[in-house]
Design a protein. Structure first.
Length: 393
């Protein structure tokens, strides 16, 4: 699809085109609507605080303010909640409070929250075998894998997630081939097999549970399990059991592969405030107002994890040492920065859902970093979020 500024399905993920396309995913990919048709919107009160002057250490080691960092880091929106009230909210690049914006891998946090709802209803357990829930995955790399192995990305499935491969969009590699089968890129005239069909081609690389290795396609298996145990399509379940009960203000959407399966690894778009409401639910032990939306035990397990999850994270052969040294684990589709206290959903190109429990602070940030993954730029943004939380605490 071509639009007037030259953005197409071939370039919409490549700088500078995300500055337009991340706010208009519906123009480039098939999507399904996620809506709150059942509950009144839960309006967030305002309690403005000054944060733009807050300083922290920038990329070059010098002090930088929040305002300067927002200006130089392709921010699209920043919403800060303190004790459930909007302390700061600002939009850039034409984005407004209603605009849906691509979440990339923060989509995983939504998917896993919905899976947690099904666990709370007793429809499945973390210890269940995946192939008992979705028998069509028997004979794949998920043989012998549990729900926990999939959720915490310790299943032995072989898949290389290296964003440096984006440098050559025509290269023959698993990541780009996966994206061609999941509506991120043009498939051409080949027969579509979709996200699940492509997953079935992955071999087994190591014993389940040996270590953590980040592989986005595993999250699509979570959506497959949600659909299996509910008997409904993922976006319908998300709308009825999470989006509505959280009291979301605006419609969201989820990308679909060519066969109509939801791309939950990174294909969800929503407004900034509605993303912040997810973080607030995790701060409030799964509650939205007086309603228990996400099971409290699932939320507690997300921030606390267990020692085995910490071990698996530290044993990862693919994480860099600063990340392993500074962070605690990956649990239930959140990166746990400080065990029991601080966690965040993270997405490439600069998407964040940051929750600081001791500070009572939630920060939703949406961006369009030029590169899919820039370790230094992400580290600077994370320092800015920590500085904001510390200031408000």
């Amino acid at each position: 699809m071509d639009v007037r500024d030259g953005t197409t399905l071939d370039n919409w993920l490549t700088d500078p085109y995300p500055r337009r396309s991340f706010q208009r995913v519906r123009e480039f990919a098939p999507t399904a609507r996620i809506a709150n048709d059942t509950h009144p919107p839960r309006i967030l009160e305002h309690d403005p605080r000054e944060i733009e002057h807050v300083e922290f250490e920038g990329l070059d080691g010098a002090a930088v303010t929040v305002a300067d960092q927002l200006a130089r880091s392709q921010a699209e929106g920043l919403c800060v909640l303190k004790d459930g009230r909007i302390a700061y909210e600002r939009y850039f690049n034409g984005m407004t409070e209603r605009t849906p914006h691509l979440l990339m891998s923060v989509s995983k946090s939504w998917c896993c929250a919905l899976l947690g709802v099904q666990v709370g209803k007793g429809l499945l357990r973390r210890s269940d075998l995946v192939t008992d829930i979705v028998p069509d995955m028997a004979g794949t790399s998920l043989n012998g894998a549990t729900v926990a192995h999939v959720v915490d990305m310790t299943a032995g499935t072989e898949f290389v997630e290296d964003y440096d491969l984006y440098a050559d969009p025509d290269a023959d590699n698993p990541l780009l081939e996966y994206e061609r089968h999941t509506s991120y890129r043009r498939l051409g005239d080949r027969e579509p097999i979709g996200a699940l069909g492509h997953f079935r081609t992955y071999p087994t690389a190591y014993e389940h549970g040996a270590w953590f290795d980040y592989r986005s396609p595993l999250t699509n298996i979570q959506a497959h399990m949600v659909e299996a145990v509910t008997g409904r399509r993922f976006h319908e379940v998300l709308s009825e059991e999470l989006w509505g009960p959280l009291g979301q203000e605006f419609d969201a959407d989820i990308m679909l592969d060519p066969l109509g399966f939801p791309i939950v690894d990174g294909g969800m778009s929503c407004s900034l405030r509605d993303l912040a409401r997810l973080g607030q639910a995790y701060l409030d032990d799964g509650r939205a107002g007086d309603a228990q939306v996400i099971p409290a035990e699932w939320v507690r397990d997300t921030r606390e994890g267990d020692d085995e999850c910490v071990r698996q994270f530290q044993a990862s052969p693919t994480l860099d040492q600063p990340t392993k040294g500074d962070w605690s684990m990956y649990r239930n589709a959140f990166w746990v920065i400080r065990r029991g206290e601080v966690l965040s959903g993270l997405g490439i190109h600069g998407q964040y859902c940051y929750v600081d429990r001791p500070a009572g602070v939630v920060i939703a940030r949406l961006s369009t970093y030029p590169l899919a993954w820039n370790e230094a730029q992400s580290a600077e943004t994370m320092r800015s979020l920590a500085a904001i939380a510390a200031h408000l605490a």
